[in-house]
Design a protein around this ligand. Structure first.
Ligand SMILES: [Zn+2]
Length: 733
């Protein structure tokens, strides 16, 4: 039934072309290489996302939720039927969880779920912090399940009891007050480890004496006593939250407790219990992390993939996830293959950056710094930029980096194909791939990426540190059928919905790929052209050019076949395809595009509207035609005689001497009498400058002549004599 839902192909081809044409909206991106979906951030919901992912990856919670049938919950379809109770919250949770497990999208939205909670705007979401939200979420789920088989779902998994005790030192009477808990709240200040914090709360007893004496009911007087608490019963899933936010009454402000608090992967809770519990051992499976200060900040979660639903790759080999342009609305992530591509993509958005700014951007965009992620394999960033001088221009004077010219065009197009293939990685000992069910992933809103288990140790302290911990009872085991099977226990109707949704997504992506990749190019045949005045010109008696529509993922060989079919007799038996551009002086040919038959059309940057010239590569109407930038024609205005003017193109490779010969022919001024002047500063302060005779070997390009420049051709033999007289006379005054 699930065949094709997550075929290997779907997982590996998690890429979508960037639009080459404006105005085409891309469909949602497929899953990351790791195969796990994120939750899109609707603004200030990152704590909700961390919590929801934790619940999803708590197999016992997820499966209990999926066990609830439509009979009990009602269905969205029956929402409007009078008298029919529809339990929207569990239905929305089921829907969200099944989509997170099975829908082939990079991230899933929680809008429908938050709507079902009645949280319709940012303010309502921002009111709660993650601990509160945990309780609110649980009580909302609990309330919505009253009267169903799931009514004790929350209690069964999360509920424990503790007992507060006061022991009279005189008569020994123990007075007790039992308390329920869904999570344990522990102080960070003064504790070095989770065990120490638990010991302080559930082993240590406080003396009640002096002014704090206790009124014993048996003794009926104030007595010395001991006060403390013990855990009476333990839940299947143990949630622990840390009091990391405190209030400083002297400064009258909230502050974050950034001190170090170590927590273990497995913990035995027996020492903190009233009575020994046979299965008091727990295993850590989720760490909700708060990053930032006392006001605001960001939450993400490290979660263990207990059922091996994701594909863990070594974090260094994981594609780099780079957010798409945030200005387009909802942020999602593009995967890039190499650090070259990463830096290119950053420089396309910020054309010039200092090295420091570039490093900051890398950290900001990818969530991990250069030194952490790349230094081991690629060296320092400066060395790396220097090594790739073909791509990057590093100005060591002002410490700035920009894209080299040759790569600008390519990078602007945001091509998917890597410009440089991924570097060979140094073989070095790596931490081993985790055992099944032991892999950890970082769930950071819409971004999900594999992490090494030892990353967790970095969350013991600091601005970015563990805020909530979730442990599972060690004795909880998983059935073999659940391993690697995201559809395990998902109700059939939801699976069916998602199969339809995925088919639709895949159809949309295919359509999008076709739409984005379909280009129309202009095919120009050499029969329609003549070469003169340094450029190709269409012959007035010819039909002009033809349009060809083709998918740019096809190869050059495909393009050649299409051209042959289109042009028929106009196409020489052996032909080359050259890029042509229209310049002010006429048409000009550039690089050969037909060199490698196996190349994809998009890889030789043939785009919508590109002009392609089809010819035998030697002659156009028996004339040789130069091609390439150095032979580009420029259009010059040449005035001579009495207000006479001619305008024509000249190859910019001509020397001044060759240029003079042509001007002489056109103006009928003999070359020995021809004097050429150019007008400079035409707009501000026009001046006439002579071309001195020692420039005769210089090309028009070197003379910096450009389209539209004015040249004055004078006939020396016809110049008024008076000027010369003045010059001769002057020295005698
Ligand atoms: Zn007593």
């Amino acid at each position: 039934m699930l065949e094709g839902l997550f075929g290997e192909e779907d997982l590996t081809s998690s890429r979508i072309s960037e639009p080459s044409k404006p105005g085409i909206q891309s469909p949602p991106r497929p899953r990351y290489q790791c195969g796990l979906a994120g939750i899109s951030n609707q603004g200030a919901t990152c704590y909700l996302n961390s919590l929801l992912q934790t619940l999803l990856y708590t197999p016992e919670f997820r499966e209990s939720l999926f066990d609830l049938t439509e009979d009990e919950l009602g269905s969205f379809d029956s929402k409007d039927i009078a008298g029919k109770k529809v339990r929207v919250i569990p239905l929305q949770l089921q829907k969200l969880f099944s989509r997170l497990l099975l829908s082939d999208q990079q991230s899933i939205s929680t809008t429908e779920l938050t709507d079902s909670f009645g949280w319709n705007n940012r303010e309502e979401l921002q009111q709660h912090d993650v601990q509160e939200l945990n309780r609110i979420l649980f009580s909302a789920v609990e309330a919505s399940l009253v009267g169903t088989s799931g009514k004790d779902l929350i209690n069964r998994l999360y509920h424990g009891t503790l007992v507060n005790q006061i022991i009279c030192s005189v008569c020994g009477k123990v007075s007790e007050r039992e308390e329920d808990y869904l999570d344990l709240t522990l102080t960070v200040a003064g504790n070095n480890s989770l065990e120490e914090a638990l010991f302080g709360s559930f082993v240590d007893m406080e003396n009640m004496d002096g002014k704090n004496q206790y009124k014993c009911e048996s003794c009926n007087k104030l007595v010395n006593a001991k006060k403390g608490a013990k855990l009476r019963s333990l839940p299947e899933i143990l949630s622990i939250s840390f009091l990391r936010f405190s209030f400083d009454y002297q400064k009258m402000e909230r502050y974050k407790e950034a001190g170090r608090l170590v927590f273990p992967h497995t913990i035995d809770m027996a020492p903190y219990c009233e009575q020994a519990d046979l299965s008091s051992e727990y295993e850590l499976f989720s760490v909700v992390i708060h990053k930032g200060g006392a006001y605001g900040g960001h939450y993400h979660a490290f979660i263990k993939d207990v059922d091996s639903l994701g594909k863990w790759t070594h974090p260094d080999e994981e594609p780099i996830q780079l957010p798409t342009d945030p200005s387009t609305g909802e942020v999602d992530y593009i995967e890039v293959d190499s650090p070259v591509e990463l830096i290119q993509a950053i420089l396309v958005r910020n054309p010039v950056l200092t090295i420091d700014k570039l490093c900051a951007e890398i950290s900001k965009q990818t969530g991990v710094s250069w030194n952490k992620r790349f230094r081991k394999n690629f060296g320092s960033i400066v060395k790396f930029l220097e090594k790739h001088h073909d791509v990057f221009v590093l100005d060591s004077g002002c410490n700035q980096v920009s894209l080299g010219n040759s790569t600008k065009v390519k990078a602007d197009k945001k091509e998917n194909s890597p410009t440089t293939t991924a570097e060979p990685r140094n073989k070095r000992p790596q931490s081993p791939t985790p055992m099944p069910g032991q892999a950890w992933f970082n769930f950071d809103d819409s971004r999900v990426s594999p992490i090494r288990e030892k990353e967790i140790e970095k969350q013991y302290q600091g601005k970015e540190s563990a805020y909530m911990l979730f442990y599972r009872r060690k004795k909880l085991t998983r059935p073999k059928e659940a391993e690697g099977n995201p559809a395990y226990k998902v109700p059939d109707n939801l699976v069916t919905d998602i199969i339809i949704e995925n088919d639709e997504l895949s159809r949309k992506r295919q359509e999008y790929e076709i739409e984005v990749n379909t280009i129309t190019v202009q095919i120009h045949f050499s029969q329609s052209y003549e070469y003169y005045s340094g450029a190709l010109h269409p012959r007035p008696d010819q039909c002009g050019w033809m349009e060809l529509t083709i998918d740019r993922r096809k190869t050059i060989a495909d393009l050649k076949i299409a051209i042959t079919e289109l042009g028929g007799e106009l196409v020489p038996e052996i032909f080359v395809i050259q890029r042509m551009k229209e310049l002010p002086a006429g048409h000009h040919l550039y690089e050969f595009l037909s060199g490698e038959d196996s190349k994809q059309i998009k890889d030789v940057t043939i785009d919508d509207g590109t002009m392609l010239f089809i010819w035998n590569g030697h002659l156009v109407n028996e004339t040789t035609v130069p091609s390439g930038q150095e032979y580009e024609p420029i259009l010059l205005n040449i005035s001579y005689g009495n207000d006479q003017l001619f305008i024509r193109g000249f190859s910019k490779s001509l020397t001044l001497e060759e240029f003079k010969v042509i001007v002489s022919e056109e103006t009928r001024i003999r070359t020995k009498d021809l004097r050429l002047k150019r007008i400079v500063n035409q707009d501000t302060n026009p001046k006439l400058i002579d071309f001195s005779s020692d420039l005769l070997d210089t090309t028009l390009e070197t003379l910096r002549l450009k389209n539209g420049d004015e040249i004055i051709a004078e006939n020396k033999s016809k110049l008024p004599k008076i000027e010369a007289v003045v010059w001769i006379v002057k020295p005698y005054h």
